[in-house]
Design a protein around this ligand. Structure first.
Ligand SMILES: NC(=O)c1ccc[n+]([C@@H]2O[C@H](COP(=O)([O-])OP(=O)(O)OC[C@H]3O[C@@H](n4cnc5c(N)ncnc54)[C@H](O)[C@@H]3O)[C@@H](O)[C@H]2O)c1
Length: 429
């Protein structure tokens, strides 16, 4: 059976579990459960297209620097591909490939008519001027003009990029095709076709899926405590919305450290503090600074929300986790090697491809609004996104019950099954 195929890829440059291998090991388990035939397995495991470009940019000192950029289209079986663009010095093709495949599964699990893609440029945006970043973004867009398109491939922000870069991308693409094309990219500024509700969408989806999971576990949100790792867009919104539902947030963290308060942290206060201090919690006095920030992950709470970076829950600390529920706000916060330990302990995991899919769902709404030429109200966005998240959670949960498998594998089963069935209908060569 094809699912046993050994999958070999070059090791990534970074010193952590290869994200592509992590993704493939879960993909393989789900493929085996589904009894995926060899043809479909081989089609779905490989990226459709990998584009590597070299972008010459005139730097402020007058010299030309050449940057390497990628766009990986993993699949367009369900529709045009969708996925963010990352600007970071550690971007490497393997990671982009893994992230592109994750986008395929993420879009499929929430039933969006999208395939998966991801892009990236090896650069250090924090050391570049706005002008240099603009020229880089426009150069990348021009280089990708035949890849991007509202019906082909729709980028969005990721690490190191935001509404500003998406505005430049939209403008450059529009000039290239000779027509205003807002639907070519999502995550745009609100004034130029961005969607209401996008900022909080991922954190909101984390909250909705946490409540759905607590219900299955028979736990009352008013009686449970939580720890949230990462206090950026996803972490701070998840913490705020969960605390509004009565969950006691006992610990939060960011790059400055982890902060603990047994009586519950006042999240609105912590967000105001962060906003007034350059986006960081350094010196926050509403909670005690924990000696070791990593202890947040193993602290005594009911719910753990990793919402910062990849590979923080590993075979080394999974044994010590006390939470009954993990809701993955971040992409890939749990190494594949930790999965068996977590399953053994009976911890329920709402996996990343389900828990943080609220973001891409509202990106999809942005694309729909751009194509409709009609702006939805915030209530419309929220109500529709919440329904999509609840339905997706229920489908994954029912699949986990049916096959007696963990939620993570169930999410892959739901996604792969949808893409595989569609592939069969569309047909190969
Ligand atoms: N923003 C979205 O809509 C969205 C959607 C889906 C998935 N995600 C994923 O969620 C995660 C967070 O994204 P974001 O948009 O909130 O990023 P962000 O840059 O807004 O925030 C990241 C936060 O994590 C903190 N952090 C970084 N390293 C840390 C560490 N080692 N320990 C504790 N905290 C640390 C930072 O200080 C910051 O508070 C990423 O994995 C991202 O891919 C984001």
């Amino acid at each position: 059976m094809a699912a046993h195929t050994v999958y070999k890829e070059p090791a990534p440059k970074v010193d952590r579990e290869n994200p592509l291998e992590s993704m493939m090991s879960r993909f393989n388990i789900a493929a085996e459960i589904l009894g995926l035939d060899e043809e479909t397995y081989n089609v779905l495991k490989a990226a459709d297209k990998q584009v590597i470009v070299h972008i010459p940019v005139t730097m402020d000192n007058g010299k030309v620097r050449v940057f390497e950029g990628y766009r990986v289209i993993h699949s367009t079986v369900l529709g045009p591909s969708k996925g963010g663009i990352r600007y970071d010095k550690n971007v490497h093709l393997d990671e982009v490939k893994a992230l592109a495949a994750w986008m395929t599964w993420k879009c499929a699990v929430v039933d969006l008519p999208y395939g998966g893609a991801k892009g990236g440029i090896i650069c250090e945006p924090t050391t570049m001027s706005a002008g240099e970043i603009e020229r880089l973004t426009r150069g990348y867009t021009l280089a990708m003009k035949d890849v991007f398109g509202p019906d082909r491939d729709i980028p969005a922000p990721d690490m190191g990029t935001g509404p500003r870069e998406m505005a430049w991308l939209m403008d450059e693409f529009s000039k290239t095709v000779g027509a205003t094309s807002p639907a070519v990219v999502t995550g745009k500024p609100l004034v130029m076709g961005g969607s209401l509700g996008r900022t909080e969408a991922t954190g909101r989806g984390v909250m909705v899926s946490t409540l759905a999971a607590l219900k299955k576990l028979g736990l009352d949100p008013m009686q449970v405590s939580a720890a949230v790792q990462g206090f950026g867009n996803v972490g701070s919104w998840a913490a705020k919305l969960l605390s509004e539902q009565g969950v006691k947030i006992k610990a939060i963290s960011d790059v400055s450290g982890a902060y603990w308060n047994a009586d519950g942290i006042n999240i609105d206060e912590a967000i105001s503090y962060k906003n007034a201090h350059n986006g960081r919690l350094d010196g926050y006095t509403g909670a005690v600074l924990m000696e070791n920030a990593d202890d947040l992950l193993t602290t005594d709470v009911d719910v753990l929300v990793p919402a910062a970076v990849e590979d923080v829950i590993t075979e080394h600390n999974a044994h010590d986790i006390k939470a009954k529920l993990i809701v993955e706000g971040a992409n890939g916060p749990t190494s594949a090697s930790a999965d068996p330990i977590i399953n053994e302990k009976g911890i329920m995991v709402v996996p990343d491809i389900l828990a943080n899919s609220g973001g891409v769902t509202v990106s999809y709404f942005e694309w729909v609004q751009n194509r409709q030429g009609f702006k939805w109200t915030e209530e419309m966005v929220t109500e529709r996104a919440d329904r999509i998240m609840s339905d997706a959670f229920e489908k994954v949960y029912q699949t986990s019950q049916k096959y007696k498998i963990p939620m993570r594998i169930a999410a892959y089963v739901v996604s792969i099954d949808k893409v595989a069935q569609t592939y069969k209908f569309r047909g190969g060569f």
